[in-house]
Write a protein that binds this ligand. Structure first.
Ligand SMILES: [Zn+2]
Length: 232
């Protein structure tokens, strides 16, 4: 089954993958995923929007405490309706707000499909490095060196859904399901470096619940065994 936390765990054993998360909405889901990654010793980057449906100070603090990195998921040129001066003002203001919680050095564009504006266009006029930003995945990754896989639109490798989340790359793998991706990983057929852009909101915890029940069962059985041993 695609998009379950259980299946997601299978990805976490591949050290060649860097996990990048866009927190479009439902930050509590990101926290759950951050906890899961933490259990597997994985450090990921969570890009937050400065919108009520994403920005949640408490959750951001908890994710930081789990050892993950925080980035800014900007959409400034969409919010300013293409006005560059207003857009960069919005960018600066939001970055400052986020930096009260974490020394943000990474940004990634939120591709709002309903907006005609592409917030990356800001960087035709301005330079994000002047704001202390060191990494914007779209500009600062060589996608011929790194394989990019995204679950944007809750689909794998579907360009018809991913309006803006695309990169030009020499790679041509069949990455249309997580099962296929996992199989290629298992066979060692994917490149040395992979970036996976995962939206935690898409992922179901139904199997995690299964593990919780399994865990409780285990504890209960353990208690039972101890009890029986003491009784003997
Ligand atoms: Zn986004």
């Amino acid at each position: 089954m695609d998009f379950t936390f259980t299946q997601y765990q299978n990805l976490l054993k591949y050290k060649q993958i860097s996990f990048r998360h866009d927190v479009d909405r439902r930050p509590e889901k990101s926290l759950k995923m951050a906890q899961l990654e933490h259990q597997h010793g994985i450090k990921a980057t969570y890009y937050f929007r400065l919108k009520p449906e994403s920005f949640n100070e408490e959750i951001i603090k908890e994710i930081i405490n789990l050892g993950h990195e925080i980035g800014y998921h900007y959409e400034s040129l969409c919010d300013s309706k293409g006005d560059f001066a207003l857009g960069i003002g919005d960018f600066k203001q939001n970055l400052e707000k986020l930096r009260k919680l974490y020394p943000v050095k990474k940004i990634a564009m939120h591709g709002r499909p309903t907006s005609p504006y592409d917030s990356r266009d800001l960087w035709k006029k301005y330079d994000y490095r002047e704001f202390g930003i060191e990494y914007e995945p779209y500009f600062d990754t060589d996608y011929n060196e790194v394989l990019y896989i995204t679950d944007a639109g809750r689909a794998w490798g579907d360009d018809s859904i991913n309006r803006r989340d695309r990169v030009t790359s020499k790679y041509d793998f069949d990455l249309t399901s997580l099962e296929k991706i996992l199989k290629l990983l298992e066979k060692g057929q994917l490149p040395e470096k992979i970036i996976m852009n995962i939206h935690p909101e898409h992922w179901a915890e139904s199997n995690l619940e299964w593990w919780v029940i399994w865990g409780k069962r285990k504890v209960r059985n353990f208690v039972k065994r101890v009890y029986l041993r003491v009784k003997r």
